[in-house]
Design a protein around this ligand. Sequence first.
Ligand code: GLU
Length: 420
Amino acid sequence: MGVLTQTIKTAYDSAMENFELAADALNLSLDVRNMIKYPERILQVTLPVRMDNGHIQKFEGYRVQHSTARGPAKGGIRYHPGVTLDEVKALATWMTWKCAVVNIPFGGGKGGVTCNPKEMSLTELEHLTRRYASAILPLIGPEQDIPAPDVYTNSQVMAWIMDTYSMTKGYPIPGVVTGKPIALGGSLGRNEATGRGVFYTLQCAADHLRIPINGAKAVVQGFGNAGSIAAQLLDSHHAYVIAVSDSRGCVYNANGLDIPALINHKEMTGSVVGMANSEPIKSQEMMALDCDILIPAALENMIDAANAHDVKAEIVGEAANGPITPEADAILEAKGIFVIPDILCNAGGVTVSYFEWVQDEQHLFWEAQDVYNRLERVMKNSFSEVLKIHLDRKVSMRTAANMLGISRVAEATTLRGLYP
Ligand code: GLU
């Protein structure tokens, strides 16, 4: 993270600033802005949890429903020490525009608990999850608000939420969450959907810029679900993934890292650090590496005014939500770097969440290849729609994506009218 970040804006400030840029380009009236810009509902909960040492620890949690204009609120749940209400509000806002960009019938929401799951046992995590699920229970439901995994949550966490919700209602309700284990009504292809979607949009961007993926050099910052799958797909399409990082450090090999081996290494040791045939480098050096594709796949504000000047990639694919600040956006744009914005680039996750929800509602499950084909179609069509606005209106890809998403939410809101 650049040095200037702390003194500048929060993630929600960035979300609001980017909203206004797109709303101006759309000539949106103040009335409509007032109806769609702000979160509809915010719930803050305090979660007492009995820890393994017998003591009770209290955690803060949130669920924000930013919009239900186009359908039930939809968005993940984040467990991270840095979770704040401001961050959850920003993430919920981005979910609204994201679902609209890929034109799935959902609004936007997000949840989070301020905690460090890396320091908690499985039992503690289960107790925390069940207490959180019961605290947000009045808001969630397959027709109301559907959580999913996000940073440091996974299919097991979704299984506990599904169970807590179902036990309270008295019958199984798999459609209350997505990203579940397959055995509980999860969808084939959901686990790798975000990374796969990132890859499809990278293919589109590379085609547009006439940069062959075959032989391209890529850097992946963050090696969780999204980053590792995107790296794997790039690698299997003969790109060189020359550097990768996670919360513990960065590894580099100018000739390309062995990605399948790196995934094994991370599974065995919990980190990419110490990988064979790689050298450690500093995170600032990694962001400044000479490469074709840079994928920030970790947290917000990773590229800011302090380090944006150093970026040498031709394409930046935002696998993370909000990794580039508005100031850094302007710097990257001036340098002619092509940014695939988060609400387009990482929308594959929520797209397959939608497929999962549809399968749950219908009790009819699809083959993996059906999921991949539909995902590819959604991602590539959405990319074309955003690219067209970018070219026709001469706005950045981010503003173009926001314009597409915001205009769909504005249209739905206007058609519904103002209640009461
Ligand atoms: N957490 C993911 C995101 O930020 C997925 C959300 C979902 O599937 O609902 O897009």
